[in-house]
Design a protein around this ligand. Sequence first.
Ligand code: GRF
Length: 210
Amino acid sequence: MALRLAIFASGRGSNLLAIYNAVRRHELSGIELVLVLSNNSKSEALAFAFENNISAVHCSQISVGGDALQYEQTLLTILSEHRIDLIALAGYMKKIPKVVITAYEGKVLNLHPSLLPEFGGEGMFGLNVHRAVLHSGQSVSGMTIHFVENDYDAGKIILQERCPVFPEDTPETLSKRVLALEHHGYPKALQIVANQIEQSHSQESNGASR
Ligand code: GRF
């Protein structure tokens, strides 16, 4: 049975589109995109999901009344109601509550626009990352997809892809080059994780039938 994927996105949603297209073109197998969740009711990601008949849910601590516990419980309920197996954070600007990470251990992926552990950590998002890369004088950058743990941008790396940094780059030109890697890499990383999960399920069922 296909794994049920939720994508969490706060803004533009170009990685959501890349994953959606990979699923639709059968370049990504064993995964079904069933939910898009956003903390931002105005996000393009949410509008895209709505227009394409994917469950689109707006949920933030503010939208549930400001209470942190209530927010955590609401997130868990949404995920369980949609029978979510896997969560991909794609430009999601909020920290995921610990209870969600614990409930979905090894099933939450994040995307970061640098070669972690370099240029990761708190405050390192969007153009800040590319500014820091340019400032450091590095000649190579890239993107990382990793499992989510409680610390920012920590967690086992699933996939990294690299691109050159040119002397004439601006944060904007570098971000475009890295974004192209993200669009190519996120479906690949999801396939790696889906294959691992499938493998562990079949090992478990082989063990049980012995
Ligand atoms: C990407 O650049 C990603 O690296 C960062 O947020 C951006 C998301 O872009 N974490 P999009 O919303 O998928 O277009």
